[in-house]
Design a binder for this molecule. Structure first.
Ligand code: ZN
Length: 323
């Protein structure tokens, strides 16, 4: 009798052990799966230091555009060229040497492919994705089927301006902040141009930016910020949030509004356009401490090659339009 019950107990214990092991396996697998999902959800770029020099932008853009317009056998993609160069110089274009680009070009002309040349660079995909987020809509076919630079300088053609690389400098209005853009000094009323096509996400007063306009690119990855627009007549008449604009359109006028809770106040010392670009890889980065604003100084330098010509299109409102 005792032996029999021991045998039965053994059976029960075995069954319990079996259940515990199965349960642990199920729990472990579901935990690992969850982790994998979390990883995928968070698998987007968190930070970009955009320091590609205007020289590197000019040279690679020329290779890209010429190879398409002259229909040469090898078509260059400036973003690929820049990503390769970034791997070579550790992502710091202060070390950019034209000879690095020349040797890359001769390798490609001798039949090597970008795929084989970049396969040993572990950061190539990171640079490619970050630089694409910045530059992918800057070169391509425009509405007239012409291949070239299709983004515009934010200051209209024939209007002078000056700027220097003031990204990251400190600003003291309100509280200590760093400067997340580039200030383009010019005269009040200078027509401001949409750099890229997109949808107007914000239009109105902001304590820091004054009359400002925020435009999101159609692919959602870039938010263009134009601030301190003119007192009384900041925007082209009729423009409102939700409207779409085309690269090269006049959107507003340079001014000195801002640094005030009260609307329509000129509290900025020197008339200028504050121009900024924010990169968005995931919507969680919008309006968060994780915003990615890039240094646009070299982009502004590069865009001097493509300016939008304007004229007074409405005598009554004194509004300008692109030619
Ligand atoms: Zn500024």
């Amino acid at each position: 009798m005792i032996i029999k019950s021991l045998k039965l107990n053994k059976k029960i214990i075995l069954i319990i052990i079996f259940f515990i092991i199965s349960l642990s396996i199920i729990l472990f697998v579901s935990f690992a799966n969850n982790n994998e999902n979390d990883k995928k959800e968070n698998d987007f770029i968190k930070w970009v230091d955009f320091n590609v020099s205007s020289e590197a932008l000019d040279l690679t853009a020329k290779l890209d555009i010429d190879s398409h317009n002259k229909d040469t056998p090898i078509k260059y993609n400036w973003i690929e060229l820049l990503s390769y160069l970034a791997c070579k110089n550790g992502g710091d274009f202060k070390n950019f040497k034209k000879s690095d680009l020349d040797s890359l070009v001769s390798k490609l002309e001798n039949g090597e492919t970008m795929e084989s040349l970049s396969k040993d660079f572990k950061n190539y995909n990171y640079y490619y994705e970050s630089y694409s987020a910045v530059l992918s809509q800057f070169i391509g076919y425009d509405s007239n089927e012409q291949y070239g630079v299709k983004a515009f300088l934010p200051i209209a053609k024939n209007y002078s301006f000056s700027h220097y690389d003031d990204f990251g400098k400190s600003r003291s209005y309100g509280f200590q902040r760093t400067h997340l853009g580039n200030d383009l000094m010019g005269s009040i009323g200078t027509p401001i141009i949409a750099v890229e096509s997109g949808t107007i996400e914000h239009l109105g007063w902001n304590q820091f930016g004054g009359w400002r306009i925020g435009i999101r690119s159609f692919d959602g990855k870039r938010y263009y910020y134009y601030a301190h627009l003119r007192k009384n007549h900041p925007y082209v008449t009729g423009l409102s949030e939700g409207d779409t604009v085309e690269a090269g359109d006049v959107i507003g006028y340079l001014g000195m509004t801002g640094y005030s809770i009260k609307e329509n106040v000129n509290n900025v010392n020197v008339p200028h356009l504050h121009f900024g670009i924010q990169l968005i890889f995931d919507e969680s980065q919008v309006d968060s401490p994780n915003e990615i604003w890039i240094d646009v100084y070299n982009i502004v330098e590069f865009l001097k090659c493509n300016r939008s010509e304007v004229y007074i299109s409405n005598q009554e409102t004194q509004d300008y339009s692109r030619k």
